[in-house]
Design a protein around this ligand. Structure first.
Ligand code: PLP
Length: 427
């Protein structure tokens, strides 16, 4: 071994990896399917060397930009796509899509309870509200989730009547609710369409891309949106976002991103094209590595006696895992361990700080090639009950596994966990 890992801990880790074998097999099958799906989209759309070059200035007739849109659209089973480095992050992409589609007097209904924190200001349910959807006269409503964390299909049918947009968030974000798989998303869409056949379904697909064989656009979603420094950028794209779905809706979003009359037809790609193509090509594999890392982490920490969401053997629909570590000392040690096992900035020590927009202190570990990229191994935790850490990413499984081992070793060094012979034998 290359690293100083306690012998008993290493044995428990091997037991955890054995326990994960079935899940790994499932993940590999999905990655193989998605890898071929993406390759076919490259071939069918004739990706060429000139697509990788990039343009400057107005960027009219940029063949790389136009081809990348087609590749995304085909891979995600959509009519059209808008894939741009000009989206500064996931929130900007989601905001562009919402402002692109909604008009004054329209009602937006969230089908999955409270949306991701950063969208609250976009919608206008938190903050000053200047220029928010609410400020422009868009009415916001939400269907709370059931006690179990699952969507309330009856309530969705009831409230969807008259709504212009039904909004779904696939991933758990920073809550302990389950992430919604494609099957559940399809049920929500059908429930909404029962009372509102023309409702436009928009899905925040962040962290979900390539976790299953299908995307929400293949079960009736009209638009899906996500960030390129998460799954579909494959760890290679430096920045950006995508919107995929119905042609006329994608066009509305393009008009909002650029301006009316220009839409998708302008916007140079600078030197971003090669990274965006290569990243998308590698994305199914990056997601495979991240999913395996997540399953291994859950399996190991289950053996160590902790509760994880999801459980190690539950099928995944996003790359996130949260582990309840029960106190602040363990949260801190875990994040320090992840940081110390990162390829970049391994020698840094993360500290909890008062991050803008959060009520409690937050500690984050991220030793990544791209700042804030969470397809790379990263961990973050708000310092509050239930003292859970959110873990995501891992560009390769060996590095992901090592990072998780570093985290467990750090807990052991600080005497925050105890190992037990029984942990090795458990199956
Ligand atoms: C990451 C994420 C977003 C967008 O976050 P950014 O940090 O702006 O990229 C939105 N929704 C969910 C569920 C996310 O995971």
């Amino acid at each position: 071994m290359f690293f100083d890992i306690d012998k008993d801990l290493a044995e428990i880790a091997e037991a955890a990896q054995k326990k994960a074998a079935e899940s790994f097999e499932r993940i590999e099958k999905t990655a193989e399917f998605n890898g071929m799906k993406v390759l076919k989209a490259f071939i069918d759309n004739k990706v060429s060397e000139s697509c990788l070059k990039g343009t400057n200035g107005y960027g009219y007739g940029d063949i790389g930009r136009e081809t990348l849109d087609k590749v995304y659209a085909q891979a995600f089973g959509a009519e059209d796509a808008l894939v741009r480095h000009n989206f500064i992050n996931g929130t900007h992409t989601l905001s562009t899509a919402l402002f692109g589609v909604l008009r004054p007097g329209d009602r937006m209904l969230s089908l999955t309870g409270k949306p991701y924190d950063t969208l609250e200001e976009v919608i206008g349910i938190r903050g000053e509200g200047h220029g928010s959807l609410k400020d422009f006269g868009v009415i916001y409503d939400e269907c709370p989730l059931l006690e179990s964390g699952m969507p309330d299909l009856e309530e969705i049918s009831k409230r969807a009547a008259g709504a212009k947009v039904g909004y779904i968030q696939r991933s758990r974000g920073y809550s302990l609710r389950p992430s919604f798989n494609i099957e559940t998303i399809e049920k929500m869409i059908n429930a909404a369409r029962k009372s509102s056949p023309d409702i436009i379904i928009m899905v925040d697909n962040c962290y979900g891309e390539f976790c299953e064989e299908r995307e929400p656009t293949q079960v009736g979603a009209d638009l899906i949106m996500g960030s390129l420094i998460k799954n579909p950028g494959g760890g290679i794209a430096s920045t950006g976002g995508y919107i995929c779905g119905k042609k006329e809706l994608v066009e509305l979003c393009a008009d909002r991103l650029t301006c009316i009359g220009m839409g998708k037809e302008a916007g140079c790609t600078l030197s971003q094209s090669r990274e965006m193509f290569l990243g998308f090509f590698l994305a199914p594999q990056a997601v495979e590595a991240a999913l395996k890392t997540s399953v291994f982490a859950c399996a190991l920490f289950e053996l160590l006696g902790f509760k994880t969401f999801p459980k190690s053997d539950e099928p995944r629909t996003d790359i996130i895992a949260s582990i309840c570590l029960e106190n602040e000392e363990r949260l801190t040690a875990f994040c320090e361990g992840i940081q110390s096992g990162s390829p970049v900035d391994s020698f840094c020590l993360p500290e909890a700080w008062d991050m803008p927009g959060y009520e409690s202190k937050v500690i984050m570990a991220a030793g990544a090639f791209t700042m804030g990229a969470s397809i790379e191994l990263s961990a973050d935790a708000p310092i509050r009950e239930p003292y859970a850490v959110w873990l995501q990413g891992g560009l390769t499984y060996p590095a992901g596994k090592a990072g998780v081992l570093f985290a467990a070793q750090r807990l052991l060094n600080k005497k925050l966990i105890e190992l037990d012979e029984k942990m090795k034998g458990m199956n």
